[in-house]
Every structure is written in C-alpha cells, then in structure tokens.
Ligand binder design. Structure first.
Ligand code: HEM
Ligand code: HEM
Length: 193
C-alpha cells in the first residue's frame, strides 16, 4: 500500500483520514441532533461528553489531514475533466476543509462561552476553555454551530453526489482512486467486451 499520494490516486493515509473523518462527522452529527431530546438522566451528560470528545478528535484529525495534504500533495487531476468542473471541485473541497474546521471550533467556543464546567476528553484530559463565559458569544457560537452544520450537510450531499455521478454515470476513476485497492474496480462500461 502506498502511504504518500502517487500521481494517479490517493494513498493509504489520505484515504484513511478522508473516510474516518467522514464517518466521525456523520456519527457526531446524528448524536448532536438527537441529544437535546434525551431524558435528563446521568446518561444525558455522558452523551454530551461523547459528542464533544469525538468533535475534538475530528479537529485533531483535520489538522493532521491538512498537514499530510501539504506534505504528500494530491494525485494529478484526471484527464478530460473540463476546467470549470475542476475549479468547482477545488472550491468545494476548500469549503469542506473550512467547514470541518469550523464545526468543532464553533462547538468548542459555544461550550466554553456558555460557562459550563470544562469537560474531560473521553473522561481523561480536561479540555481548556477557548473563551471566558459570555452570553452573547455563546449564543453566536451556538447559531454558527447549527447553521454551519446544515451548510456542511448540503455541501457533503453535493460532493458525494458528484463522486457517485463520476463513478456510475461517467464511469471514471474519481471515486475508485479514493477507495482501497480491492474496492477500486470501476464498473465496466456497457460497450466494453
Ligand atoms: C465535527 C464536529 C461536530 C459536529 C458535526 C457537530 C454537530 C452538532 C449538531 C448537528 C448539533 C445540534 C445542533 C442543533 O440542532 O441545535 C450539535 C450540538 C451541540 N454541539 Fe456539536 N458538533 C461538533 C463538534 C462539537 C464540539 C467539539 C463541541 C464542544 C467541545 C460541541 C458541542 C455541542 C453542544 C454543547 C451542542 C448542544 C447545543 C444545544 O444544547 O443546543 N460540538 N453539534
Ligand atoms: C463528511 C463527509 C465528507 C467530507 C468532509 C469530505 C471532504 C473531502 C475533501 C476536503 C476532499 C478533498 C481532498 C483534497 O483535495 O485534499 C475530498 C475528496 C474526495 N471525496 Fe470526500 N468528503 C466527505 C464524504 C465523501 C463521500 C460520502 C464520498 C463518496 C460517496 C466522497 C468522495 C470523495 C472523493 C472521490 C474524493 C477525491 C476527489 C478527487 O480526487 O478530486 N467524500 N473529500
């Protein structure tokens, strides 16, 4: 397995970071949406701590991913992709990076500014406050956390839709080169022997 990114596809580390961050964000998003409805038993606090701890983990993984991207680069764009499409893909990827940084940061800022007792990351290490308690800041960070999430959902749907379109309709290697080797075969063209 190639760790760095060869010219024609994404390497193992980039793939692992891409799919683990995507899976974590999906889990954290679902937990975030349901946790407010939970009965206020002791488990309620545990679920909040899990949401926050997984969110801080995403922040660390995203920073690692950006560092790895700068070090390992990206594969060459596929030939035959129109310039406007390549530009749109790059703009979407840039926006996705910004959003997956902004999501945990806005959550952390909200948590800090709302004046709650600092939480411990998976019960292990106390996470420092980003700001002193402040009602206005807490409310702004809360709104940002919620609205940025829906913006992220919309962009991820467009991004995943584009990847599936490339795979099943255009039948090129865009998605296949972000998948492990054994899952990589693109579906055969109907006109292939
Ligand atoms: C990728 C990371 C994250 C995602 C995708 C995410 C997503 C969400 C979502 C969808 C909600 C529900 C919003 C609503 O409908 O009001 C939520 C709520 C919340 N999040 Fe996050 N979150 C992330 C990281 C964090 C982090 C790192 C913290 C704190 C350190 C945090 C703290 C909270 C809190 C306290 C709430 C409850 C807000 C309320 O009581 O209304 N989140 N999050
Ligand atoms: C929370 C979910 C997701 C996030 C935040 C995300 C984010 C990203 C980002 C930022 C890139 C650009 C990588 C770079 O240039 O450094 C990327 C690439 C890619 N993503 Fe996702 N992604 C998510 C989910 C998905 C899903 C569900 C699919 C497929 C169904 C997918 C397919 C791809 C593919 C194929 C590439 C490579 C594109 C290329 O080579 O030009 N992603 N993703």
């Amino acid at each position: 397995m190639n760790l760095k990114n060869p010219a024609d596809r994404w390497g193992g580390v980039s793939q692992l970071l891409h799919w683990s961050i995507a899976l974590l964000i999906l889990t954290i998003g679902v937990v975030g949406l349901v946790m407010g409805e939970l009965p206020r038993t002791p488990k309620y606090f545990w679920v909040y701590t899990a949401h926050k701890s997984l969110g801080i983990t995403v922040l660390a993984l995203v920073l690692l991913r950006i560092g790895w991207r700068l070090y390992a680069g990206a594969p060459r764009p596929l030939p035959g992709i129109p310039r406007w499409q390549a530009w749109l893909a790059s703009a979407t990827h840039g926006a996705l990076y910004l959003l997956i940084l902004a999501m945990p940061l806005s959550g952390w800022l909200y948590d800090s500014a709302s004046g709650l007792r600092p939480f411990r990351w998976f019960g292990l290490v106390e996470v420092p406050r980003l700001a002193a308690p402040d009602e206005i800041l807490a409310s702004a960070a809360h709104d940002a956390h919620e609205w940025l999430f829906w913006l992220l959902v919309a962009l991820v749907l467009a991004h995943a839709g584009a990847a599936l379109h490339h795979h099943f309709i255009q039948r090129d290697a865009t998605l296949a080169r972000m998948l492990p080797r054994r899952l990589r075969a693109a579906p055969p063209r109907e006109d292939s022997p």
